[in-house]
Write a protein that binds this ligand. Structure first.
Ligand SMILES: C[S@@+](CC[C@H](N)C(=O)[O-])C[C@H]1O[C@@H](n2cnc3c(N)ncnc32)[C@H](O)[C@@H]1O
Length: 339
């Protein structure tokens, strides 16, 4: 990791405001999760908090890094298999509501939407994300590059929100970018069951999943020499400083990434470089760190086909099609909600 240059320096300065006063309102989820996560052992923070405005912009830079293969591979596969996917979902010509969970800036989905419109599908695109900034970017891009597409963004948490389905449209839920891999196996199953509970029989789910491959390739994707992933990970502490009135010194924590080929899991951590105490004005708490103690911030599961098939069957889905990139193993998986 290059630590001499701040990879976020190309971004506008972070708007770190004065720490909120104790008792001021903060997002309830973040406050409760940070309190529990930083009080436990090992310390943990959920990867869903990466995506404030600055985090979303840093993630866009990660997606353009040469070492971050998932975006590149998935984008090419979506272009290549767009028609095959539409056929596999077998919507019987019904109008489609494409609901993308955690859409980000929707760059990859644009090609899919374009191909489906070209194929004559009557399509409404409903990107859902907790980042308003990502949705604004997405809407501007779609309006510019695919004005024929009806786009209805929904800013919210996919654990709490789901649009009321239209009686005349088939819902196709998209969960791309191997985001499922950020969940543990148990969480992933719970998430898929939740998605299944919202879908009606005959609706579909389209997953983009990273597969097991050379451990060096995987590790490089989470530990780029440019240090953008490190800045993205550390931005989580910047967010806690801003939103929970904490006093993390970012120079006293360091990004660490690992990949375990036995489990097929990449993990990211923030490691305390010294013994230190961090305070939160809003939580009215102190958190102690030993030298070398870490906060576990993200996991990224790499999958095998048999495991995905079992998980789909176990959560109320039937696997309809599996497209795989053989050069850099990655899968697009079309599933149908079963009875
Ligand atoms: C890793 S990015 C992937 C974006 C896009 N799916 C892709 O493949 O490029 C994850 C996105 O999910 C969003 N996200 C994370 N947790 C979420 C949640 N609970 N509800 C809605 N969106 C969420 C983030 O804001 C971010 O834009």
């Amino acid at each position: 990791m290059t630590r001499s240059r701040d990879p976020a320096s190309a971004l506008p300065p972070a708007r770190d405001t004065a720490p909120p006063e104790a008792g001021a309102a903060a997002p309830r989820g973040l406050a409760a999760d940070a309190l529990a996560g930083l009080s436990g052992s090992p310390k943990r923070l959920s990867s869903k908090y990466f995506y404030d405005d600055r985090g979303s912009r840093l993630f866009e830079r990660i997606m353009r890094l040469p070492s971050y293969y998932p975006t590149r591979v998935e984008a090419a596969m979506l272009r290549r298999h767009a028609r095959d996917l539409l056929d596999a979902l077998d919507t019987g010509g019904s109008p489609i509501e494409m609901l993308e969970l955690g859409s980000g800036d929707g760059r990859k989905t644009l090609a899919l939407c374009r191909a489906w419109l070209k194929a004559g599908a009557e399509l409404v695109y409903r990107p859902m994300d907790i980042s308003a900034q990502a949705l604004d970017q997405l809407s501007a891009r779609m309006a510019r590059q695919l004005p024929a597409l009806a786009v209805h963004p929904l800013c919210g948490d996919y654990f709490q929100t789901w649009p009321i389905p239209s009686a005349r449209r088939r819902q196709v839920a998209l969960f791309l970018g191997s985001n499922l891999g950020n969940f543990t196996d148990e969480e992933a199953r719970r998430f898929l069951r939740r998605v299944r509970a919202h879908l009606r029989r005959g609706d579909s789910l389209l997953l983009g999943l990273d597969l097991r491959k050379d451990p060096h390739t995987v590790l490089a994707a989470y530990d780029d020499p440019e240090g953008v992933t490190a800045a993205f990970n550390l931005n989580l502490l910047r967010r806690l400083n801003r939103e929970l009135g904490m006093d993390f010194d970012l120079d006293r924590f360091r990004h660490y990434a690992s990949y375990c080929p036995l489990q097929g899991v990449a993990r990211s951590f923030l490691v305390s470089q010294a013994r230190q105490t961090v305070r939160s004005a809003l939580l009215r708490r102190e958190f102690h760190f030993g030298a070398g103690e870490f906060i576990y911030t993200e996991q990224s599961q790499k999958y095998e086909r048999a495991g995905v098939e079992a998980m789909a069957a176990d959560t109320g889905f039937e696997l309809r099609a599996w497209f795989e990139d053989p050069a850099l193993p990655y899968a697009l998986v079309a599933c149908r909600a079963t009875g």
